[in-house]
Design a protein around this ligand. Sequence first.
Ligand code: NAD
Length: 550
Amino acid sequence: MARHVKVQRGNTLRCKGWKQEAILRMLENNLENAEKPEELIIYGGTGKAARNWNCYDAIVDALKNLGHDETLIVQSGKPVAIFKTWTTAPRVLIANSNLVPHWSTWENFRELEQLGLTMYGQMTAGSWCYIGTQGIIQGTYETFAACARKHFKSTLQGKIVLTGGLGGMGGAQPLAVTMNQGVCLAVECDEKHIDRRINAGFCDKKIKNIDEALELVTQAKKEKTPLSVGLLGNCATIMPRLVKDGFRPDVVTDQTSAHDELHGYVPAKYYGDTLNEAAALRKKNPTDYIKQSMFSIKQHCKALLDFQKKGSVVFDYGNNLRGQALKAGLTNAFDYQGFVPAYIRPMFCVGRGPFRWLALTGNPEDIIKTDQAALKLFPKDGVLTNWIALAEKHLPWEGLPARVCWLGYGERAEFALLINKMVRENEIGPIAITRDHLDSGSVASPYRETEAMRDGSDAIADWPLLNALLNCAAGADSVQIHNGGGVGIGLSTHAGMVVVCDGTKETDERIKRVFTTDPGIGVARHADAGYKEAIELVQKTEIRIPMIKN
Ligand code: NAD
């Protein structure tokens, strides 16, 4: 029978303290928000929260019995040991999908997965920090806002954004575009996924006919009214056809699960009712499925290059469509830029990145109160104040009420301390603070976050590992290291962390350390790579960089 985990709300603890209870509720929250909860798949193709249901039950049991000076060790979704450590050490340490570099390919990974030895953790799926689609809406909103700033006088009004994929992450695109006043046409092959985004209020319309969809978006562009349309179809056929028909979107990108050609991407001829056939082929003849998938990815990517040639702004949205197309023989696949060098890197240089927090008792009022606190603390940050107003207006709660906004070095510690004080003074219930692995110092991913680094350090994976070690040393409550999130096995190394605000003074001390080290290593990483903004910021902070004589 299918299991549907729901988060326990309220003040009753099942664990020995709020730190352990918070981590358990975050795990449950992942499953409450999962794309395929029965398979423990949270988002991003096959990004899972636990290796199997027996492991899930064992993790829950371990957390319920975990002492204040113990640390639970989770190896790719399986709880493998509990050790006595320190009260200030992390309660949970997680390593997901890591393979020795030479073996780090999907082929080897799948073999080992078949043997029951590993699990794909994506980014926040396996580290239990997913907060539903709203987590990515903010990042997507920031990205489209930066795109609008760079190319269209700071608004997408009267502009059409063409994209693909309405899954766990991609489902944020329609709303993020309309929040920036634009028109979004999103091609998705699974009707259920379009319905899900419409029911969540993220997408306005579902259309099955390409001409009807084009008419709607063209009209909305003309009238300069925000609109989002989910078009049922397959990108590998629709995108080339749109190029051929002379359709000219202003911006083109993609968030199909192209990073995984077997379990993520759906080859050209399948969509809607024929998805069953794709699923059968995947099972019966995976080699043929992969062959079809790779050919389709190549066609899909080529269409994006064609749009670029005709004048559309085209950027890769972190799903490795270009890398896969290159593998399939499209030699100029990388002729369009990734979204990080295009829009995000300047923010990473000053330690600005995703700061997210969850109301652990399930009370939405806690988030509204912290929203107000953030607005008061950062009144001059226009992107943040605009975002919080839009988020309160447009975003439904998904699972535990949560919020995310981008904050820089210094700001994160300041805001986290304020949240912990609000908990201490009983203004709000306990809060868990976490973030995406996509952040200033926590990821090495040459096709995404570290694409085109100034000093060529794109593939240096020491930084995210140091980030994780440092956050352990600084006293985070949970720390995770993963391989392959976003872009696929072997292509990225990244780390995550959680700090639970239980209102205690001891947590204040942890907050001061962790929210300095976590963005701080990002600033140091960008200073080391020679970015001026990072070098200047280091001089104004307590980060000390040892002098090395040339
Ligand atoms: P997902 O698997 O939940 O959703 C992918 C969607 O694409 C599904 O709805 C699927 O039906 C659809 N799809 C697959 N092939 C298609 C095709 N040929 N035509 C039309 N639709 C197709 O994945 P997700 O969580 O939404 O992530 C999407 C991609 O973005 C992944 O590759 C992921 O690794 C990457 N990602 C990007 C970021 C970022 O910050 N930009 C963050 C996390 C993940």
